[in-house]
Design a protein around this ligand. Structure first.
Ligand SMILES: [Zn+2]
Length: 171
């Protein structure tokens, strides 16, 4: 601790203790909102395996035929657990959208804002996703959007992917 009376030759300003902050903030596990994706870590690993292969899929109950999103391990309609993975369309329509301008959690890159998030209507299901390559002002409800698979950089060594959408090109 610095003695507050420890000042330089009559200078009334006391010497201050100098503290440092870390050069880097390790991303706390709770703030990494991308799920771990291997068989050892999640029972919906098949969803991520398919996504890694470029296919957007989800579960369908073989008993009541309900299609769920996100994928389930038990059917929320009939509690059956005989589910199969089915392909979802890779193109849909923008059902709703908004823009994120700030307030990002610790560890997320501030340079990423603003970005657009939306609800995409794929027909069988609606899902929320980030909408890349568009600004809020460019978009309208009903705009066609297409799937885009991205690879996630860190903070684990695991090879992870996730889905986003972007405005459809050349339709
Ligand atoms: Zn069911």
């Amino acid at each position: 601790m610095t003695d507050p009376s420890d000042s330089i030759d009559g200078d009334p300003t006391p010497k201050r203790e100098r503290v440092s902050v870390p050069d880097e903030v390790d991303l706390p596990r709770l703030l990494d909102f991308y799920e771990l994706q291997t068989e050892a870590q999640t029972e919906i690993h098949e969803f991520y395996d398919n996504l890694r292969d470029g296919r957007l899929t989800t579960t369908r109950c073989t008993d009541c035929e309900e299609i769920h999103y996100p994928p389930r391990i038990v059917c929320p309609e009939c509690t059956g657990d005989d589910l199969e993975y089915v392909d979802l369309p890779h193109e849909g329509e923008l059902f709703a959208f908004s823009e994120v301008r700030g307030g990002l959690p610790l560890g997320l890159a501030e340079h990423d804002v603003p970005y657009v998030v939306g609800v995409v209507d794929l027909g069988p299901v609606r899902l929320s996703a980030r909408i890349d390559d568009a600004s809020y002002a460019d978009l309208e409800i009903g705009d066609p959007v297409a799937l885009k698979v991205v690879e996630i950089d860190g903070p684990t060594d695991e090879d992870r992917v996730f889905y986003r959408f972007e405005p459809s090109k050349g339709l």
